[in-house]
Design a protein around this ligand. Structure first.
Ligand SMILES: Cc1ncc(COP(=O)(O)O)c(C=O)c1O
Length: 343
């Protein structure tokens, strides 16, 4: 029985066609700006996000941290949702790397309220940290794959503009939001000073993210990438996977969303299971009443389903659909779990 891996959309392996594109990639030394495939990918993503320029970086975490590093100075504060990736899953990088602190708000499944953001902006005073960046995440991972309504993004951008904050869009799963909503990526990114896009989640590339924005800030980002040791050389082999993913793996994200809904539907029929939120994209949170998520994850693993405890509640598990999970796999995973829960 082969395991069905629903731990994350980061677990995908490059397809044979993607590997072929990687093998064929023209490369050069990207630290000299001479890798034609990296340059092509950066131009494509800058255009996709409606920005002047973009920079290829190693990971979503590096995109987030380089962005926050560019937009702040020590002592500054970043307003964001309490479930934001940089707050919870980046090893304490905000204070460790840049000497900045988060000001967390409780969003609605990760979606922030413009009035609450406005109220959180500190008055100018030597006593207070300087409110400097508003950070949003679309889709929102810890919110359960939530798609930010575009009007909300625009209202938040207006607050940021009025109150002198930069806005950063963590677009690790931005294309999931684009496919689910039909809203173009550049409209989501329009009010953001800097915006990122990750290639190694739903898009299925082995590594890499892009950070896009005005040319001068992207130049600053390049300096911080170098400082973090993230300036790589013949990295066109990875960029080629990104170019391939943008050409072939965007519209198919709709299948992942459909499979997530099918999985949630099948799980909701299992006694004692409650789907914790409407499934908008490729992430499902399911509460298994009275059970330990850690214990269940171990049992499910033995039954051929890999998943992770979500972490915010003791009975909550997270399931993520992706390129390497078919519609049949999603239903088979639900069947295996139902059997395990009943045993
Ligand atoms: C919303 C979000 N941002 C950033 C990241 C970081 O990406 P990486 O794991 O590539 O560093 C993740 C990873 O899952 C994420 O979910």
């Amino acid at each position: 029985m082969s395991p069905i891996d629903l731990r994350s959309d980061t677990v995908t392996k490059p397809t044979p066609a993607m590997r072929e594109a990687m093998a064929r990639a023209e490369v050069g030394d990207d630290v000299y700006g001479e890798d034609p495939t990296v340059n092509l990918l950066q131009e494509r993503v800058a255009d996709l996000l409606g920005k002047e320029a973009a920079l290829f970086v190693a990971s979503g975490t590096m995109a987030n941290q380089v962005a926050l590093g560019v937009l702040t100075r020590p002592g500054d504060e970043v307003i964001c949702d309490e479930g934001a990736h940089p707050v919870n899953f980046e090893g304490g990088a905000m204070p460790a790397l840049w000497g900045i602190q988060p000001r967390t708000l409780r969003g609605d499944r990760g979606v922030l309220d413009p009035a609450e953001v406005e109220a959180a902006v500190r008055p100018e005073s030597e006593h207070f940290p300087r409110s400097r960046v508003l950070e949003i995440e679309n889709t929102h991972n810890r919110g359960g794959g939530t798609v930010y309504p575009v009007e909300r993004v625009e209202a938040l951008a207006e607050v940021a503009r009025r109150r002198g904050l930069a806005m950063y869009l963590d677009g690790a799963r931005l294309m999931n939001a684009v496919v689910a909503s039909g809203v173009p990526a550049r409209r989501y990114a329009a009010g953001a000073t800097l915006a990122s896009l990750c290639l190694s989640k739903g898009l299925g590339a082995p590594a890499g993210s892009l950070l896009a924005g005005p040319r001068d800030l992207v130049r600053d980002a390049r300096r911080l990438r170098k400082r973090l040791g993230g300036a790589m050389r013949q990295v066109g082999v990875l960029a080629a996977a990104g170019v391939y993913a943008l050409e072939h793996h965007v519209s198919r994200l709709a299948e992942d969303h459909e499979n997530a809904r099918a999985l949630a539907g099948a799980l909701s029929a299992v006694p004692g299971v409650r789907i914790a939120h409407p499934v908008e994209t490729n992430i499902v949170f399911a509460a298994f009443q009275g059970r330990s998520a850690v214990d269940l994850a171990a049992r499910f693993r033995a039954a051929g389903v890999l998943c992770n405890p979500e972490g915010s509640k003791p009975d909550l598990l997270r399931f993520v659909t992706h390129l390497d999970v078919s519609a049949a796999d999603a239903l088979e995973a639900a069947r295996r779990m139902a059997h395990t829960v009943a045993a």
